[in-house]
Design a protein around this ligand. Structure first.
Ligand SMILES: Cc1cc2nc3c(=O)[nH]c(=O)nc-3n(C[C@H](O)[C@H](O)[C@H](O)COP(=O)(O)OP(=O)(O)OC[C@H]3O[C@@H](n4cnc5c(N)ncnc54)[C@H](O)[C@@H]3O)c2cc1C
Length: 258
């Protein structure tokens, strides 16, 4: 393991944060339990004072086939997973196109699009050197209860990559803002949409400093330039407060705030 200085303003998708020291984990290292793991930082909002951080190094960015299984290292970026699946005619990963992140981040968030979620297709994950079957992991909408850092993820290989499905899902992204964001800020409450609620309380397009609830998709908190953690947090708290007041709904953040 080694320490690397990472500029979170560059690394994070929402372009907020400082330069921080991050402990880089290499293959074979014992993973500390007193540090917070970040990956692609596509779902993170980091304050100027984050907890001690760690990240899996490039050692964990691999894909290999063993018997009928595909084994993917947790640091593998989603874009490269989709390219591999296309090249080797493997089904199931089409929805990962344009879903920014890494294999590990997808598992931890049970990331997905519409009815497609990573837990639908994965077989097992490796934590602390042990393979755990998906059936033994509590998971749900944008959530998985993981007891440790996931280093490897295993999938049963099913043949038949669908370019049509990929194109269809990519089209859904046309209503996504182009400015830096961390994806959906809130989970959709049961039977409703967070974006609809944010709009209904008058916050669509609402701006604080350089952060705003997007004009294009109200559940995206966008950075219009030099947005800060404080501005982002202000807008998140404001939306929660207003939605609670008007609809008696407690919205839950999808973004992880550190
Ligand atoms: C423009 C945009 C569009 C998006 N669209 C979608 C979408 O359609 N659907 C969707 O579900 N999400 C979406 N997101 C959110 C994001 O893409 C996903 O949550 C993604 O899975 C995050 O991966 P990451 O590697 O960046 O994880 P990070 O953001 O770095 O981390 C997220 C969480 O995962 C944990 N984690 C990461 N790796 C591991 C590991 N190996 N073991 C254990 N825990 C780990 C971290 O501790 C953290 O709690 C979008 C984001 C953006 C910016």
């Amino acid at each position: 393991m080694y320490i690397k200085n990472i500029n979170l303003q560059k690394h994070s998708s929402i372009k907020i944060g400082q330069i921080v020291e991050v402990l880089m984990i290499e293959l074979g290292d014992e993973i500390p339990s007193n540090r917070y793991l970040i990956a692609g930082a596509n779902n993170l909002l980091l304050s100027d004072n984050p907890p001690p951080l760690m990240m899996l190094s490039k050692d964990f960015a691999f894909i290999k086939e063993e018997d009928d299984f595909l084994i993917i290292g947790s640091a593998m970026p989603t874009g490269r997973i989709v390219s591999y699946a296309r090249k080797h005619d493997i089904a199931g990963f089409e929805f990962c196109a344009k879903l920014p992140g890494t294999m590990g981040g997808m598992v931890a968030m049970n990331a997905g699009v519409k009815s497609y979620e990573i837990f639908n297709i994965l077989h097992s994950v490796k934590m602390n050197g042990e393979w755990i079957l998906k059936e033994d992991i509590t998971h749900g909408y944008r959530f998985a209860s993981l007891s440790a850092v996931v280093t490897h993820v295993r999938f049963k290989i099913i043949k038949g990559f669908s370019q049509e499905l990929l194109d269809e899902l990519k089209d859904l992204r046309s209503n996504q803002p182009s400015e830096p964001s961390a994806g959906s800020a809130f989970k959709n409450p049961e039977g409703d949409y967070a974006g609809r609620l944010i709009e209904a309380v008058g916050l669509k397009g609402f701006r604080k400093g350089d952060m705003a609830w997007s004009e294009v998709h109200s559940n995206f908190l966008v950075n219009l330039g030099q947005g800060t953690y404080e501005e982002a947090k202000f807008l998140i708290d404001l939306a929660k407060e207003k939605v609670l007041e008007k609809f008696a709904i407690e919205m839950q953040e999808e973004i992880k705030i550190l």
